[in-house]
Design a protein around this ligand. Structure first.
Ligand SMILES: *[C@@H]1O[C@H](CO)[C@@H](O)[C@H](O)[C@H]1NC(C)=O
Length: 356
């Protein structure tokens, strides 16, 4: 791997999910459900895969009259107000400046987690984030009837305060009726704080379950383990160092409610690994692609695709979806065979799912 890429991978870490009203979607174009079931069988080489055959419900068929469907404003204005009033270190996504005394431990913290754990421990696990979405998102309404969600979060030796912040941001910023469960899947951590302290803390947090692998499985099989235990209608895969921002969930779910063969990817902002400041990632919604070294690339939408879409929240076609953070209909995920359980680490899963 190229050195620059390697160091970027190593030090770009704390990702934030932040949803704009323009989720990137991988839209399956085959209108023929029968054909898909067959593909599902052919690729069903994993013993964990559930050979589910779900009929397409009438309201999920494409080309529905979107304008006529009942919608609502899903923003939680009470939460937005209380978040706006928060002050303290790192609040509102501001950078945390280390004192000379704190700086002494900085390096050690980096080598263990790839980010400064000390700062995470100082910040509130319920800190507020700035709303830097496209302004149009503030007035977007989404379908009244949306499916509920199992959030699957794999982790290996994640810093406890970071994992707590991930969980609280989801609970605080998701409509309760859409949040079925949060499944934390431990890929055989050996840090002590991932054991009893994590159990003891999460026992007090509603809807959270912890599942533990009995040997080191790697990212992909760990996600599959979580998915196999999930019972919500939609799976959302997140990383253990994310913070969900305002109204993040309804736009993802709406795309799936309208077409169960859509996979919805969030816009992902960035949290600085050395000061926890929150900032946007450059660029608008983009298609995914790859170069000859199989490195993932973001490329602009084609003119045709921009013209074809009637509104900003409509899915667009893309050859490759980013494989890390996304929402997918749970039964559909199983129909296409889920992830290939032979993937040992990350980096190929986006191609695996996209080609399927
Ligand atoms: C989510 O949907 C499933 C299936 O319809 C249902 O059994 C479950 O109770 C729902 N969860 C919540 C939190 O409403």
């Amino acid at each position: 791997m190229r050195k620059s890429t390697k160091s970027i991978l190593k030090y770009t870490l704390v990702v934030v999910i932040f949803l704009t009203c323009v989720p990137i979607l991988l839209q399956r174009l085959s209108p023929d459900n029968g054909q898909l079931q067959q593909i599902g069988r052919e690729t069903n080489i994993k013993d964990h895969a559930i050979a589910a055959v779900a009929p397409v419900a009438p309201h999920l068929v494409q080309h529905i009259d979107y304008a006529s469907l009942p919608k609502k404003d899903w923003h939680d204005y009470a939460r937005i107000k209380s978040d706006a009033a928060r002050t303290g270190p790192g609040e509102q996504g501001r950078p945390y400046i280390l004192s000379p005394e704190e700086k002494k431990n900085e390096h050690q913290d980096f080598s263990k987690h790839g980010f400064n754990k000390h700062i995470s421990d100082v910040l509130s696990v319920e800190r507020a984030l700035p709303d830097i979405r496209d302004p149009r998102c503030k007035t977007m309404e989404y379908l009244v009837k949306l499916p509920n969600t199992s959030i699957v979060i794999p982790f290996h030796n994640e810093a406890l305060s970071v994992l707590k912040r991930t969980v609280h941001s989801i609970i605080n910023r998701s409509p309760p009726e859409l949040l079925h469960e949060i499944i934390l899947v431990d890929d055989f951590s050996d840090h002590d704080e991932c054991k009893e302290p994590l159990n003891d803390y999460m026992v007090t947090v509603p809807k959270v379950r912890i599942i533990r692998a009995t040997k080191r499985e790697g990212l992909i099989r760990t996600r599959l383990l979580g998915a196999s235990r999930a019972t919500g209608q939609v799976l959302v895969f997140l990383d253990s160092h994310c913070e969900a921002n305002v109204n993040w969930l309804p736009p993802l779910l709406e795309s799936i409610a309208l077409n169960r063969k859509c996979i919805a990817c969030p816009m992902i902002d960035v949290i600085g690994n050395n000061d926890y400041h929150y900032e946007t990632q450059a660029g608008d919604a983009m298609r995914g692609a790859f170069d000859w070294e199989l490195f993932y690339k973001r490329i602009p939408l084609t003119e045709e695709e921009l013209k074809r879409r009637k509104h900003a929240a409509e899915p667009f076609r893309t050859p490759i979806m980013a494989g890390g953070l996304f929402a997918v209909d749970r039964l559909y995920f199983n129909e296409i065979g889920g992830y290939d359980a032979g993937l040992e680490i990350w980096g190929g899963e986006q191609y695996d799912l996209s080609f399927k």
